[in-house]
Design a binder for this molecule. Structure first.
Ligand code: F0G
Length: 459
């Protein structure tokens, strides 16, 4: 096969700007060394997220012209509904303005004060919603998924049911109000969840009468990994695989800014009619009327097409191969990454990268700063700042994983851009002994959200 390149060619381009080291030092000072506070135009290659950054296709842009902007019953809604039904295999579809809108409504219904909300690893927005409601969010991913230096395994996003069972043993048969599987598992490397695990968790949940929800932001990438790693799926269509994934749950939430291949939007998809009616009411109050939920008609048109595009082999083969390319190049340079490469980015293990920097001096954050300083490349910290905090007695909590995520936007950068990242990382790694840590000098009012606004000083 000589046809191994991207499954698209480029029709529209967006210029990016080079900066000098002096400009970047100034920008970092102004941003108090927090990448979220940099101006995007001062960034050369932006890998802070893969969310909402997708380049849309010609089909999506042309569909947008058909956007029906009717308040109620827009044609565009019915197209989105049909597309979501095809991908999820579930009957009821409520659009939301983005994933966290869906998370909010889902949490209101499924998270209960004093009860556990169990998952592989909850994304921040559900975690925050659950905490506000007085529920207890707990991560039960397998141990290999919590150790950034563990050897490569096919499905590091799997839930460890022994950990879930222990919660029932310790706190009683009705201690858990909901189980949420996040596909892929964003917080530990974009690692997939196997069909076998989804099935086993579903059987467990049914046996204990606990509703099962799937947070499906990266459902297509997860399906690709199942197809290529799990016996019995190699010849299946991606959409057959997604439909099987969701056949095991009651409800799915989705940030469509990832595998929806759009820049904004979210979904609730469910087979629970009672929850559907509840989500309609919540949407009317918080999002928008039932048939738009905060999205314009043209947003829904683009998403209807994007969901179908994302769930094809042609798109996914290119996508997953590009992320793997970045992982392979970094690994060749000896840079410690979470292995195997995930679906939407490469996660560098800052503990191994900067062993001299203790976790309370924010090694992953220091690496984010170094990458911007040297190359104008923006990654994101997923470690002591984002997931650290204080317990009820005010003692500091430090997360097990101390990572820098280099997120890869969909259809946006070429492998030349990724080579710039590799070269910069190689340079920083060669000088790794010269780095010291950081001190947090501003935290913001809510610890769980401090990474967005925090300020730092270099030590
Ligand atoms: N669930 C997962 C697994 C996510 O990764 C995100 C967002 C959300 C829900 C919330 O969706 O942003 O549309 O409101 N993740 C982004 C990220 C922000 O950078 O990983 P949203």
């Amino acid at each position: 096969d000589f046809q191994t390149a991207e499954n698209f060619r480029i029709k529209v381009v967006e210029p990016i700007k080079k900066t000098t080291r002096a400009q970047r030092e100034e920008a970092l000072k102004l941003a108090q060394y927090n990448a979220f506070r940099l101006k995007a135009e001062d960034v050369y290659v932006d890998c802070i997220t893969d969310s909402g950054t997708t380049a849309m296709s010609t089909e999506q842009w042309s569909a947008m012209m058909l956007g029906d902007e009717s308040y109620a019953g827009a044609k565009s809604f019915y197209k989105l509904e049909a597309s979501a039904q095809e991908v999820f295999g579930m009957p009821y579809v409520q659009p939301t303005h983005q994933g966290r809108g869906a998370d909010f409504i889902m949490a209101q219904y499924y998270a209960k004060p004093g009860k556990y909300a169990v998952g592989n690893m909850h994304f921040d927005t559900f975690h925050g919603n659950a905490e506000i409601l007085g529920a207890i969010p707990v991560d039960c991913v397998i141990d290999a998924g919590l150790d950034a230096s563990s050897p490569a395994e096919d499905f590091k996003g799997d839930i460890d049911l022994k950990k879930v069972q222990k919660i029932l043993d310790d706190h009683g048969e009705d201690a858990i109000s909901v189980i949420i599987i996040t596909v892929t598992c964003n917080n530990n490397g974009g690692q997939p969840v196997s069909m076998a695990n989804i099935r086993a968790v579903s059987e467990f949940a049914k046996a204990h009468k606990i509703p099962l929800v799937i947070d499906s932001a990266r459902l297509a990438e997860n399906a690709w990994f199942i197809k290529h790693r799990e016996p019995g799926y190699a010849d299946k269509d991606i959409r057959e695989i997604t439909r099987e994934m969701f056949s095991y749950c009651e409800t799915a939430t989705m940030s469509s800014k990832k595998d929806g291949l759009v820049n904004i939007g979210g979904l609730i998809v469910t087979r629970n009619h009672d929850f559907y009616l509840y989500s309609n009411v919540q949407a009317i109050v918080h999002e928008g009327f039932i048939t738009y939920g905060g999205q314009s008609g043209r947003d829904m048109e683009a998403l209807a097409v994007g969901l179908r595009e994302a769930t094809t082999d042609a798109y996914l083969d290119t996508r997953i191969a590009q992320v793997k390319y970045l992982g392979d190049r970094l690994r060749e340079k000896g840079i410690p990454i979470v292995e195997p490469a995930g679906g939407h980015g490469i996660y560098v293990d800052a503990r191994r990268f900067f062993p001299q920097i203790p976790q309370y001096e924010f090694p992953a954050q220091r690496l984010v700063v170094a990458l911007y300083e040297e190359a104008g490349i923006r990654a994101v910290e997923m470690g002591a700042c984002a997931f650290g905090g204080k317990d009820a007695e005010g003692n500091p909590i430090w997360p097990e994983l101390e990572l820098m995520r280099i997120s890869v936007s969909r259809r946006v950068y070429t492998n030349n851009h990724l080579d710039c990242i590799v070269n910069a990382m190689e340079y920083i790694y060669a000088h790794r002994d010269e780095y010291k840590g950081m001190k947090m000098i501003y935290e913001g009012p809510i610890t769980a959200l401090r990474h967005f606004t925090a300020g730092f000083e270099l030590l």
